[in-house]
Ligand binder design. Structure first.
Ligand SMILES: Cc1cc2nc3c(=O)[nH]c(=O)nc-3n(C[C@H](O)[C@H](O)[C@H](O)COP(=O)(O)OP(=O)(O)OC[C@H]3O[C@@H](n4cnc5c(N)ncnc54)[C@H](O)[C@@H]3O)c2cc1C
Length: 607
């Protein structure tokens, strides 16, 4: 039996890949090492955040499941960054992780996806056009297109103090065979690492001693559909470390696998372990720890900010030094995982492995970090695998100017990643346009082309576009204080409530649509400027470098870049920007150098 699409891995990437391919009418098989652990959140019990929350909204528009599942299993909603402008607000939800995984499993089974518990050990057949996966127990599973979404499992190694063992995460196997098959087929891999904090038995903590973090008063939901929203609520808490916490970490530092040289892989700078923080900021003792329940009335608390792979005794001392935690019991000790992920040069903008015709990859195997990044990539890879299975050309990701998905895929494909990749709003040149409130306007045309848009959503989008046009028209004709109302939108103090009060006819429209129109108008100037910058950047990519005989004497660029450029001889500035060792400052240096030549100057000026 040949399926249309086979997927290895049922984490956040694999689930969205399977659902997207199935929504496109494909027969789909999802192979995973553990059916019990489908959709598990291996680390923090939360979805969203700044930029990530916008990405979840994009997944929702593209027909994915993450936003609805987050709503259905929410314990607490917060809109991050509210002190800044609404353009960079970040929706985030504290989730019940057991219920979240259960819902994801349910969606897979009701979509008619075949679920197989087995380990994928190799691609089957020739690298250019494999005809399926080879599984450890079942042998060959044949398919027209494949997605590899195996997370942190490729040659995964776990570390805690001087303990080390094989695994993709605690309690799971390491996918050593698949990694060696990929290496044998000459795919380039690199080593990254990440880590997780200890989980604490809730009733051993004096929660009255901690600061409570309440839900935000701003009412919102992740999905733009009128789906189920959980009524269960849980409080979160915060606590600060003290000198005793730091001293415990310092005392056991020699046993840290991060500093003893046991772990060679690079970890995420933005999500450092506690021992990293102690080394980087030796004089600081008070680090904020968010204490988050892992579910509704759950037995366990997650210590967000205390990720560590120090030995058990160190973790006990560190945890018990926290106010309210003197009698705390650790249910699961923190640990680090080192794993292989594919080099960026292996994928193209449709997430296809370049040297194959029909294999795609998504999630942490591409060097990303986080559930949201994995899910968005999974959706694109799954839909494109379905296209390939149907003999169609896969779609490249949407542009950087229109989505965080586009920013992420462009960064992953075109910029050498030296550490696990996480989305930040600062990565997006056009962040005032790619906001959480307008994902449907930005991405529905792409969802339709990808073939993953739901019919009702298309209707909602059309209605919204119509309303949006009507609102803009109304604001363009009505006059307030001697000006067109639309011009008043540009004032910093104008918000949706004030505008409705001043122009009561707006009451008949959806509030969120009015708000998006106001924000578009407020940021119009900035948005135009960032679009121009992006266009200039794109044109610069094609500036040829063939006139350069030697890079070694170009004083505007650093030595490392000179060596890399001399060795690789890239054909264009775009190719140069992708080389390891060439940073954006070197590209600017090259532009200055090139602008001395007349023809290059002309090209540069015309951008
Ligand atoms: C210890 C740890 C700490 C983390 N800390 C953070 C953090 O602080 N911040 C953050 O943003 N993210 C963190 N993450 C990462 C987060 O869990 C991942 O980014 C996210 O889960 C990636 O999704 P994924 O779908 O790529 O992989 P996963 O969710 O890991 O799913 C991989 C799936 O593939 C299956 N699988 C693996 N190999 C095979 C095989 N050979 N055959 C069949 N099935 C296979 C597994 O069973 C699993 O279902 C951490 C992960 C771990 C393990």
């Amino acid at each position: 039996m040949i399926r249309d699409v086979a997927i290895a891995g049922a984490g956040h990437a694999g689930i969205e890949a399977a659902l997207a391919a199935s929504r496109k009418g494909c027969s789909v098989v999802l192979i995973t090492t553990s059916l019990r652990r489908i959709g598990e959140m291996s680390c923090n019990p939360a979805i969203g955040g700044v930029a990530k929350g916008t990405l979840v909204r994009e997944i929702d528009v593209l027909g994915g499941a993450m936003a609805e599942s987050a709503d259905a299993t929410a314990l607490q909603y917060r809109m991050l960054n509210r002190r800044k402008g609404p353009a960079v607000w970040g929706p985030r939800v504290q989730s019940d992780l057991m219920l979240y995984a259960k819902r994801q499993r349910y969606l897979l089974s009701t979509a008619g996806i075949d679920l197989i518990e087995d380990e994928v050990v190799a691609l089957s057949g020739q690298t250019e056009h494999p005809d399926g996966f080879v599984c450890r127990k079942r042998g060959e599973v044949r398919a027209r297109a494949m997605v590899i979404a195996t997370g942190t499992f490729l040659a995964g190694r776990l570390f805690r103090g001087e303990e080390r063992w094989k695994g993709g995460r605690i309690g799971d196997i390491a996918a050593d065979s698949l990694e060696s098959d990929l290496r044998k087929r000459m795919f380039h891999v690199k080593r990254f690492k990440t880590g997780t904090p200890p989980r604490i038995v809730r009733n051993t903590v004096d929660l009255d001693n901690l600061d409570v973090q309440e839900e935000d008063p701003v009412r919102f939901r992740f999905s733009f559909r009128e789906g189920e929203v959980s009524a269960r609520r849980e409080k979160c808490f915060t606590v600060r470390t003290c000198s005793r916490t730091r001293n415990a970490a310092v005392k056991y530092m020699a046993k840290s696998p991060l500093f003893s040289g046991s772990i060679a892989g690079l970890g995420p700078r933005y999500c450092p372990s506690f021992e990293d923080k102690v080394v980087k900021f030796p004089d600081r003792t008070d680090h904020l720890i968010n204490v988050e329940p892992t579910g509704f009335r759950s037995r366990l608390l997650y210590l967000n900010g205390l990720s560590t792979s120090l030995p058990r005794e160190a973790q006990e001392e560190m945890v018990r030094s926290l106010p309210g935690f003197s009698g705390a019991l650790i249910a699961l000790y923190g640990y680090a995982v080192e794993y292989s992920s594919l080099e960026n040069s292996e994928i193209d903008m449709s997430l296809r492995l370049r040297r194959t015709e029909n294999v795609f990859a998504a999630g942490q195997i591409l060097g990303t970090s986080g559930y949201e990044e994995a899910a968005a990539l999974g959706l694109l890879a799954g839909a494109n695998a379905a296209k390939r299975a149907a003999g169609e050309e896969p779609l490249v990701a949407p542009g950087r100017a229109e989505s965080y998905l586009g920013v992420m895929v462009d960064d992953l494909v075109n910029v050498k990643q030296e550490e696990p990749y996480r989305l930040f709003s600062s990565r997006a040149e056009n962040r005032l346009q790619i906001r959480q409130d307008n994902a449907i306007t930005r991405l529905m045309p792409f969802a339709i082309r990808l073939g993953t848009a739901r019919r009702d959503d298309i209707r909602r989008w059309k209605r919204r576009e119509r309303e949006s046009g009507d609102i803009t028209g109304t604001l363009g004709t009505i006059r307030l204080e001697g000006k067109k109302a639309i011009e008043i939108c540009r004032r910093p103090e104008t918000d949706v409530d004030r505008m409705i009060e001043a122009v009561p006819i707006l009451r008949k429209y959806d509030r969120d649509t009015i708000s998006s129109v106001i924000l578009d108008e407020k940021y119009r100037g900035y948005i135009e400027r960032s679009r121009r910058k992006l266009r200039a950047r794109d044109r610069l990519k094609s500036v040829p470098l063939s006139a350069i005989d030697s890079y070694m004497d170009i004083s505007e660029i650093c030595w490392e870049a000179r060596e890399a450029l001399e060795r690789e001889r890239p054909a264009s500035l775009g190719e140069a920007a992708r080389l390891a060792g060439v940073r954006s400052a070197d590209i600017e240096g090259l532009i200055i150098y090139l602008s001395r030549g007349r023809s290059a100057r002309r090209i540069l000026r015309s951008t």
